[in-house]
Ligand binder design. Sequence first.
Ligand SMILES: NC(=O)c1ccc[n+]([C@@H]2O[C@H](COP(=O)([O-])OP(=O)(O)OC[C@H]3O[C@@H](n4cnc5c(N)ncnc54)[C@H](OP(=O)(O)O)[C@@H]3O)[C@@H](O)[C@H]2O)c1
Length: 252
Amino acid sequence: MSADFAGRVVLVTGGGSGIGRATASAFAHRSAAVVVAGRNADNLDRAVAAIRADGGEATAVPCDVRSEGDVTRLVARTVSVYGALDIAFNNAGVSLVGSLADLSIAEWDEVIATNLTGTFLLMKHEINQMRRTGGGVIVNNASNAAHMTVPQLAAYSASKAAVLSLTRAVAREFLAEGIRINAISPGPVDTPIWASRPGESQDDRRRRMAAESPAGMVGSAEEIARMVLWLASPDARYVAGHDLVVDGAMSS
Ligand SMILES: NC(=O)c1ccc[n+]([C@@H]2O[C@H](COP(=O)([O-])OP(=O)(O)OC[C@H]3O[C@@H](n4cnc5c(N)ncnc54)[C@H](OP(=O)(O)O)[C@@H]3O)[C@@H](O)[C@H]2O)c1
């Protein structure tokens, strides 16, 4: 991919860790100015410091994507610091492993509020900003769990399937205004989101995830980042309303 993002302003939610951090770094490495957002200010500061140490430009903005006030301030701060919002990677998300039979309403609400309502709030305010400048690109992070049966992941799978539906619904609506919207659906990627399955060491977790994959491997945050950059680049200008599944045929 040949794209250079010089002069582009990119917002990455969940930019303090995992796929978001790798994607923020990749955009900055290709000359974009990047805003990283999330709740953990220390993680955001570390991500920004790493980008700056690499010669890139980045700013941390603490934000809880479940809060419309926070999301409004996030978009406003992006524009006040860098003058525009050209590309958004709506990546913040939480997982929850457990049987539906044991799921509390608070746990359900947490997953839906973060993964689905957060994506809605972000798109709403990003689109309204992008309209002011004649367009932009949005990539929503869904999951291959939206495409396949994954035991013990009911709330997560439902939230991500809804993110895909939301993506398709708005992609068509705003394309004529120059706003190109897609989703990406990674398979298992080795990030902190999967660190919490009870009774399993990190190495056991990696082995299990690799064994479940037809590719015999888990993905890396960096290879998901490369796909996000491609979706955001002019090379993908005819790609809209699409879900790019990156899971080594796991959900095929
Ligand atoms: N890893 C995988 O196997 C995989 C597969 C498919 C899809 N995904 C998706 O990829 C995305 C990134 O996950 P990851 O794998 O990179 O794990 P991760 O490192 O845990 O990243 C999740 C990020 O979301 C942020 N976040 C969570 N709740 C938030 C909230 N209310 N407001 C703002 N930020 C919030 C977290 O930051 P704070 O805690 O600081 O807020 C964190 O940086 C998620 O949407 C996940 O569902 C991951």
